[in-house]
Design a protein around this ligand. Structure first.
Ligand SMILES: Cc1cc2nc3c(=O)[nH]c(=O)nc-3n(C[C@H](O)[C@H](O)[C@H](O)COP(=O)(O)OP(=O)(O)OC[C@H]3O[C@@H](n4cnc5c(N)ncnc54)[C@H](O)[C@@H]3O)c2cc1C
Length: 388
């Protein structure tokens, strides 16, 4: 049974390793369009920007790991099409490869604003190591950074840039930061923490365009008419799932490639894992697309079990983390069905947790700031209280 994995990211690297443990002889090949061995993206907005970090720190495994286990790596190779009928994929070069099992681990790409000037020098998104290297080269003390989007990536880059001595302003369309992913107490805490570090904010403000001089973006035009001068701009407005390959092959997609708890798509021989998928969340009785390492790793285990013929692993409570300055934010669960919020700990001391409970007092989610004990206890309680 030959296994092809499309996408040499966190999910693709993880599923290759776990499959090899169970299937010592199956031909396994990872095909990725980036030039690197599978690596972790979380450090790109954190340690990678702040200090000189070697690739070996972010790489999932060294080259020798793949060589010794006969895991084929086709890097800088883009898959252009899938034919589920013939069990083939076609690379952009025209080469055709055959599979017994296909795993889609194509991840997501940075969302764009769709404004003129966005592709000019001076404007960045952050998804890949190459993006991070370009941003890092522009982090110069005293220069001005405009961050568009007050989500995790925007705030993490803002923190890294402030630590490098840049002048930073974050422009956010919503009324509060992290509006899509965190509760109001967390948003308020993070805003005042960043302000104390010298970051400025413009909330409820959109972006109308860019100021361009000599082929380079030199400013951001805000929706209220103000122009913010910028040496560098970061657009951090979310990610879009890479599901076009699957859609074109007739595989069912919604807000991502649709999969079940075995990471199986609508085609019995095709699995999908990681940021490109829309997956069931059994603790909450719904489906969603999660962009997290934890979800990618869980789905790698689900796919491995299904391919190997083992029982599906027990569903995990979703979890996530973010590091900004010395603040560690950890979240477990999702506030789906929550009707009450309880703040525990000491917000002023920067050590607290926000618990989200439903009508019956069951914990739906916990968000913890520098409070790993509450986070761990909350994560266990959600798993115990909510049957998956
Ligand atoms: C800056 C940053 C910070 C983050 N911080 C955190 C964090 O703190 N905590 C957390 O849990 N998560 C974090 N995440 C999210 C986390 O990195 C993702 O959830 C994780 O990388 C998902 O892995 P994946 O393999 O599904 O996708 P990816 O890692 O994106 O890998 C997909 C790979 O597939 C390749 N590909 C796509 N299409 C094709 C094709 N047609 N042919 C060949 N190759 C293709 C892509 O180029 C990419 O290399 C962060 C993400 C970013 C960008």
């Amino acid at each position: 049974m030959s296994i092809l994995i499309i996408g040499a990211g966190h999910a693709g690297g993880a599923v290759a390793a776990s499959l090899r443990q169970h299937l010592p002889d199956a031909p396994i090949t990872i095909i990725g369009d980036e030039p690197y061995l599978p690596y972790q993206r979380p450090p790109l907005s954190k340690a990678w920007l702040k200090s000189d970090v070697a690739f070996s720190v972010v790489g999932l495994r060294p080259q020798t790991y793949y060589e010794q286990r006969s895991i084929g790596l086709r890097l800088e190779s883009r898959v252009a099409a899938i034919d589920c009928g013939y069990h083939t994929i076609t690379l952009a070069s025209g080469e055709v490869l055959t599979y017994g099992i296909l795993i889609l681990a194509t991840g997501a790409r940075a969302r764009r604003l769709g404004l003129a000037g966005e592709d000019l020098p001076g404007v960045h998104v952050l998804r890949t190591l190459a993006d991070a290297d370009r941003i890092k080269a522009g982090l110069v003390a005293g220069q001005r950074l405009v961050v568009i989007g007050g989500g995790y990536i925007g705030l993490e880059v803002a923190a890294s840039a402030r630590l490098k001595g840049m002048d930073v302003i974050v422009v956010e369309r919503e009324q509060r930061l992290l509006a899509r992913v965190a509760s109001p107490p967390i948003s308020a805490f993070m805003k005042s923490f960043h302000e104390r570090q010298g970051v400025a904010f413009r909330l409820e403000t959109g972006v109308a365009g860019f100021d361009v001089r000599e082929g380079r973006v030199t400013g951001v035009k805000l929706s209220d008419g103000e122009i913010r001068v910028a040496d560098m701009v970061l657009v951090g407005i979310g990610a879009v799932p890479n599901m076009e390959l699957a859609e074109a092959a007739g595989i069912a997609c919604s807000n991502g490639i649709s999969v079940d708890l075995e990471a199986r798509t609508s085609d019995a021989n095709v699995f999908a894992i990681g940021d490109c998928t829309e997956r069931p969340l059994p603790h909450y009785g719904c489906r969603a697309r999660l962009e997290s390492v934890a979800s990618a790793l869980e789905q790698a285990r689900q796919a491995t079990a299904a391919i190997f013929g083992a029982k599906a692993p027990a569903p995990e409570v979703p979890w996530f983390w973010s590091d900004q300055y010395d603040v560690k934010l950890q979240t477990a669960g999702l506030p789906i069905g929550a009707t009450q919020v309880e703040v525990r700990g000491d917000v002023d001391q920067g050590k607290f947790a926000v618990a989200h409970l439903d009508d019956e007092g069951r914990l739906c989610a916990v968000e913890a700031v520098n409070f790993p004990k509450e986070y761990m206890a909350g994560r266990a309680a959600i798993g115990n209280q909510r049957s998956a």
